[in-house]
Write a new protein. Structure first.
Length: 157
């Protein structure tokens, strides 16, 4: 699937505007010239400018290219399932992570994705367990992000 630059530019510019608006809600720090909104505002501004440039370029070439060109994969049920599976699993994580816990649901999602995209069982399980524990350690222990324990709360470390 290919999009005209005007379509992608509009999405990027809209996201840049969203980042700027959200950064504006960050509280300022007393005595600080630059608060927590400073860098997100810069990033949002750059995204907005780049998106606008893409829109201008896309509109200039719109007569020669359609807004969307569908690829051959759209007619393949296997590829459609692969395309839909990732957001469905992300939604499942959002809905069930508190009850099930980060470790179990993340490992399960990784096993499903690795198997679906062609990996063997041994590789899927080994990679999922290793990646889940590395990610959990980095976020929970190093960055102090409170990840949900779910059913593993009694053995939380």
């Amino acid at each position: 699937m290919r999009f005209n630059d005007a379509v992608l530019g509009a999405i990027v510019a809209a996201f840049g505007i969203y980042v700027i608006v959200e950064a504006g809600t960050f509280p300022g720090l007393p005595g600080q010239t630059y608060g927590p909104a400073f860098f997100p505002t810069i990033i949002g501004t750059v995204l907005g400018l780049c998106g606008t440039l893409l829109v201008v370029k896309g509109v200039a070439t719109a007569e020669r290219r359609p807004l969307v060109v569908w690829g051959e994969w759209v007619s393949s049920p296997r590829h459609i399932v692969n395309f839909v599976l990732v957001p469905v699993l992300l939604i499942a994580y959002i809905l069930f992570s508190k009850a099930v816990g980060f470790i179990l649901i993340s490992a399960a999602i990784l096993v499903i994705l690795i198997r679906r995209f062609g990996g063997g069982w041994k590789a899927a399980v080994a990679t999922s367990v290793l990646a889940t524990f590395v990610i959990h350690t980095m976020f929970y222990k190093v960055l102090h992000v409170p990840l949900p324990w779910g059913v593993l709360a009694p053995v939380a470390w």
